[in-house]
Write a new protein. Structure first.
Length: 53
């Protein structure tokens, strides 16, 4: 499930997060859980803030 995030001027970090999680069919909650399992210290509010831009 590891995908590299490519920052493009046309896409914000939030748009990248949203695109990646939708491509693999994850809800925000599932995406946060997967990131936490991978060792990234993130909470839903952070993903929601950037993932809904």
């Amino acid at each position: 499930m590891v995908q590299k995030i490519k920052q493009v001027k046309e896409l914000s970090i939030g748009e990248n997060l949203q695109r990646l999680r939708k491509n693999v069919g994850l809800s925000q909650e599932d995406a946060v859980a997967q990131l936490q399992l991978a060792g990234l210290d993130i909470v839903k509010t952070v993903e929601k803030r950037y993932g809904n831009e």
